[in-house]
Write a protein that binds this ligand. Structure first.
Ligand code: CA
Length: 225
């Protein structure tokens, strides 16, 4: 039975969530303060934390920061504000995720299941790009490896790079990549440019940043290594 820690101070948001998770046979612990969440994590093992950004004592970002000093526990953020979403996207969350309020409890349950699947033991990888094994896309775990090194990607970055890895040499327009992101928050083509920029930055230490080429006025293409 997966153990979920819900950190949310608003009863009208927390209660339906607790109810939905218990109905799906999760073991649910609910706290309303960031400090209580950190104490709870010290006291007992959890499989995932559902963390509201706007808490009465310390905000969700600070909770995550303190948590990460000692734990890799996956975190699903709950957020109501665009500026919070921007900060979350900037955190390079990797295996973590977020949902925006208002949400349905069912959506949160689905996200939690996806997180638990990702944090499960490694799954077989599918290889792409000319069979050279430069790239590996783990479609089940939403991970991408470059030269056997795992990349820490946000959801949008994963979607963009996975699409490009599966079709090396194909030029993707910015609007196509925006569709691929399929994110409510990324509604501008310039956000694609930002994602490409961070992807290059993440590939740079591995010597792969030059592989994502700009086709001026058209879009982006992943070149074969
Ligand atoms: Ca709140």
């Amino acid at each position: 039975m997966p153990a979920v820690l819900i950190v949310e101070d608003e009863p009208r948001i927390a209660e339906p969530l607790v109810f939905a998770l218990e109905r799906e046979h999760f073991a649910v612990t609910h706290v309303t303060l960031g400090q209580d969440a950190l104490n709870a994590v010290n006291g007992q093992p959890f499989d995932v934390m559902v963390l509201d950004v706007g808490l009465p004592d310390i905000n969700g970002f600070e909770v995550l920061k303190q948590l990460r000093q000692r734990s890799e526990l996956p975190v699903l953020f709950l957020t109501a504000r665009q500026d919070e979403v921007d900060r979350i996207l900037g955190l390079e969350l990797g295996g973590d995720d977020y949902v925006t309020k208002p949400f349905s409890p069912r959506e949160v349950v689905a996200r939690i299941r996806a997180i638990l699947k990702r944090s499960a033991p490694a799954t077989p990888l599918s290889a792409h790009a000319g069979g050279e094994l430069s790239w590996q896309v783990d479609e089940v775990g939403f991970r991408i490896f470059f030269r056997s090194e795992p990349l820490t990607l946000t959801r949008s970055e994963y979607r963009i790079l996975a699409a490009m890895v599966q079709r090396p040499g194909q030029v993707f327009s910015r609007s196509h990549l925006l569709d691929i992101c399929d994110s409510d928050e990324d509604s501008f083509e310039r956000s694609v440019d930002t994602h490409i920029k961070t992807l290059r930055a993440k590939l740079r230490p591995l010597g792969g940043d030059q592989l994502i080429a700009t086709r001026r006025g058209i879009g982006y293409v992943l070149e074969m290594p």
